[in-house]
Write a protein that binds this ligand. Sequence first.
Ligand code: PBG
Length: 359
Amino acid sequence: MTAKPDRLGGKYPAVRLRRLRRNEACRRLVRETAFHPDQLVMPYFVQEGPRCKEEIRSLPGQYRFSIDCLMEELDELTGSGVRAVLLFGIPDEGKKDESASAAWSSEGVVQKAVREIKRRFQDLLVITDVCLCAYTSHGHCGMVNDRGEISNDASLKILSDTALSHAEAGADIVAPSDMMDGRIQMIRKRLDGAGFENLPILSYSAKYASAFYGPFRDAVHSAPRPEFSSGNRRIPADRRSYQMDPANLREAMREIALDIDEGADIVMVKPAMAYLDVIREAARTFDVPLAAYAVSGEYAMIKAAAEKGIVDERQAVWETLTAFARAGARVLITYHAKQVSLWNSSTQRESVKRVTALR
Ligand code: PBG
């Protein structure tokens, strides 16, 4: 803290900070940070085919939905008070190829899901993840060239095709998560050229090469394939040549500055829990809305610990989301969004209890 001693007030015994911690109503009265369900975004996985609702082994309580079963789920979600979703598509294995053609097809699973959501829900904000890793045969977020490298500029065209196809399907916000250089500029130009100049971009600006994406890659079968090679190409089986090094904070500020310059409307730090300093620094440095993404591994860790009785799930989730908001994040993307909103409304109902009858 940078507060001067005179701003911090007097000293004990005149000052007793415990006075304001005596009971729940008092603690709530002076609480410095709160978040509201309006800020929450719930991620969903949507797949082709007849399987309605398939639980994801490493993400207990999260599912791969078929399009029609997703509609039933969204009834529940909107009933809970959450107003925004982030969609990830899972194409059929047979539709993956080297140029990620299922990512930008108007008949792709995300494009179809968005059209269906827009037909059925008027005011639900639909954000789509724009990336290629679930659609490429090698599992990388961009094109691979004949030297076995992830080719930046060759990927931009396909990424902007993908973003445009989401816009045409009716997405409210597109969210590029690939980490290629220059993609925001390219996508912005492409959207503007097609009459979508008012469609916002939420950029995964400071996205780190993180171990905490493990369960997600299990969910969408998008891990980079170590066995993938063609001819004498050897392709790295990790994303460290495009996602950020976890050791870097200053570089994150450069990423965010570039994205804002290229037209990003909302910027994101991801993951969240291990990167609170990055969230804090971004919030202090930039005047654009900031999102924090509590990724699959963060969700899975809390779930696993709660299941073993090691932590209280509700308390742990509230504490981490409060920390993201305290650090400066406005938009909170979490697999706990629906649950948090349900918990929130049950607390509202039971706030103050009457102890005697009114007569
Ligand atoms: C696609 C993408 C990933 C996540 C969001 N978009 C996976 C990755 O980069 O490997 C991770 C989300 C999560 O772990 O919850 N590139």
